[in-house]
Design a protein around this ligand. Structure first.
Ligand SMILES: *[C@@H]1O[C@H](CO)[C@@H](O)[C@H](O)[C@H]1NC(C)=O
Ligand SMILES: *[C@@H]1O[C@H](CO)[C@@H](O)[C@H](O)[C@H]1NC(C)=O
Ligand SMILES: *[C@@H]1O[C@H](CO)[C@@H](O)[C@H](O)[C@H]1NC(C)=O
Ligand SMILES: *[C@@H]1O[C@H](CO)[C@@H](O)[C@H](O)[C@H]1NC(C)=O
Length: 329
């Protein structure tokens, strides 16, 4: 029996409409409404689709509210307010209340994160094409924005200020907060610091060269840095660089990576993969605190390699330079 053509057309149209709905998500979240963790197609997208924002699976029955690059192969996350407090994949939701507060609750209804905003005016939540999630009123005045509280990534046009810090993830395959920070210090210099539970130490710019030798200016207290859409990074301390593929076009992100190095990446639209477009000069990988774990000895041969003092053995030989060292008894 032959299936009538019009049924095929209808089926095709229905499938197409459904997949479009899946892809398009919602343009904005209005007061009194929620994004629910179970409704996977229920997320916000930026006007041209570059970014998406919704619940992101981080483990078994564990989800974090996030913003990610829609078209990168691994759906790279750029913002995650509750990365250290994932919620379950049942009954968790993000709600924009009538009083103007945006609240993330878990399965039991406990508040995991909120913007602490209050407004008598009408507000809505939107994801802008820059990747900024904004809560704004009818006059488009921004009441709250995700750009003010970055996670480990800075996007073009998002300023890094004296109030903000990029904090690495703890390791590959986890979204938990790690110990490497990229921020301004009290002398208004942008620096990389390891801020661990036992010690904290600056590893870039290197202490051996003075701030002046590295071309930095400690006398501008405005403490603001920005990456523009063309790929130029400028900081009030004179730190400056250009993406190797400088020019408007590629989508980029500056990320404090879990290995302690801050890197600029550009998205290859044809493959969805990231390519490196800048990394800092003179980061001594052996000086990156914690690289070889406690008691580890780091040497170049020619890549940073971890060895143990005598009487100690590799905790986990598989993990190479990230291995922690413990005494072998
Ligand atoms: C969105 O896409 C349109 C059409 O391709 C383009 O003209 C516009 O510049 C884009 N806007 C942004 C912010 O990228
Ligand atoms: C996920 O966690 C929630 C809350 O703890 C629980 O109610 C639910 O049964 C869990 N679901 C699965 C599949 O484990
Ligand atoms: C930094 O935080 C202070 C206090 O919360 C605030 O008054 C100021 O506007 C913030 N500055 C920037 C550049 O965001
Ligand atoms: C300090 O830095 C800001 C931001 O980069 C810049 O606009 C300003 O001109 C600088 N001030 C001085 C005195 O260099």
């Amino acid at each position: 029996m032959e299936v009538p053509k019009f049924i095929l057309v209808l089926l095709f149209a229905a499938t197409f409409a459904w997949s479009r709905a899946q892809l398009e998500g919602m343009p904005s979240l209005k007061q009194g409404n929620s994004l629910k963790v179970e409704e996977e197609s229920n997320f916000l997208v930026s006007p041209n689709g570059t970014f998406s924002s919704g619940f992101y699976k981080v483990g078994a029955n564990a989800s974090c509210y996030s913003i990610w690059f829609t078209n990168s192969a691994d759906k790279t996350v750029v913002w995650m307010p509750n990365r250290d407090k994932p919620v379950s994949e049942r009954r968790s939701k993000l709600t924009l209340h009538g009083n103007g507060n945006l609240v993330l609750t878990d399965a039991l209804g406990s508040v995991v994160w909120s913007t602490n905003t209050i407004s008598k005016e009408d507000m809505e939540l939107q994801l802008l094409e820059t990747g900024n999630l904004v809560l704004s009123n009818q006059d488009d005045r921004i009441i709250w924005q995700s750009f003010d509280s970055p996670t480990d990534t800075l996007l073009p046009s998002q300023p890094l200020t004296k109030n903000t810090t990029l904090v690495s993830m703890r390791g590959q395959g986890t979204y938990l907060s790690g110990f490497y920070n990229f921020k301004f210090d009290d002398n208004s210099i942008l620096f990389l610091i390891y801020n661990g539970p036992l010690l904290s130490s600056v590893y870039w710019p290197q202490i051996v060269s003075t701030v002046f030798e590295s071309g930095r200016n400690p006398y501008n207290s405005s403490r603001v840095a920005i990456l523009d859409v063309a790929g130029q990074f400028i900081s009030s301390d004179n730190m400056q660089f250009y993406a190797s593929d400088y020019g408007v076009g590629p989508k980029r992100r500056l990320t404090m990576d879990y290995d302690g190095i801050v890197r600029l990446y550009s998205l290859d639209d044809s493959t969805g993969n990231w390519k490196l477009s800048w990394l800092p000069d003179g980061v001594d990988a052996c000086l990156v605190q914690g690289l070889c774990g406690e008691y580890g000895i780091c040497t170049y041969k020619p890549l940073p390699t971890c060895t143990c003092p005598s009487g100690f053995s590799l905790n986990d030989p598989q993990t190479g330079p990230k291995a922690a060292h413990l005494p072998s008894i």
